[in-house]
Design a protein around this ligand. Sequence first.
Ligand code: TZP
Ligand code: MG
Length: 298
Amino acid sequence: MSPPAKPSQSLTIPRFPLTAVPARNIFPCSQTSVRSSGPSPTRRTTFAGGVAEWPKAAVLKTAVPQGTVGSNPTPSASGNVFWTLSLPMARLAPEQLTLYLATDPDLLRGRDLVRTVTEAIAGGVTIVQLRDKRADGGPMYEAACRLLAVTRPAGVPLIINDRLDVMLASGADGIHVGASDLPLAQTRELAGDRIVGYSVNTPEDLDLAIRCGADYIGIGPAFPTSTKPDARAALGLAGLRRLAGAAPMPTVAIGGISLGNCGATLACGVAGICVISALLNPDDTRAAAQRFRAALGA
Ligand code: TZP
Ligand code: MG
């Protein structure tokens, strides 16, 4: 038998190796060990929590940010060679980003926030962000707690926009920040094992997201939008495709996404879409979510 190949940092490993995440979304500790058969990786990975399928063609080119390749490959009885890879664990499966609702108090037009989110989840929303740029900490904390009472039983992660304090105090599942918020490195450190999302509009933003270990990124605005008056330049489909293709973590597109353009948006390689007005403008948010799911083929 020929000697086992040496492991190296250029080993081709899958992009999202741990897609079989438990319903609670978050693993109990921050790292796990993955055994990968090589030199051509198979599509199955065994890890502490079970077996995950690897996306067929997805290849991680930038290397898992905090991942390390174990020193000694071990030949198995079958002749395969196994490396032990220490990878950061996925806190979020790409499928959970399929249809992402971010809330906006103005677009509720007097409707109850919790009832509207409940309807959205019934219609197929897979993740929710509590977003209220004007709320004080008290009301935002209270809203987060009320929302968790409906998102948790549904297995839908609740992400808090901007406010790390509200995320920590309420026990929500994660935080989403952008360039002008608490810096991403500090957010990542303080958020511990919770989900951290980052807004990306440029390759420099993406580099930072990779270096700091963001769990997912929101790429946008994809199209012009009036929901965020201070939004940066719209990327268009080509810009979206470039950033999504370069991102090693799961991605959602955001900004100006409608039923009419969501299919083309998804085809840019994002895991999902994040929508505000096209889900909240219609009176029937459940029906709007159902229409998006159908248009996405999800
Ligand atoms: N970030 C970039 S665009 C945007 C945010 C929060 C607003 C998206 O809202 P809409 O109504 O879905 O265009
Ligand atoms: Mg922000």
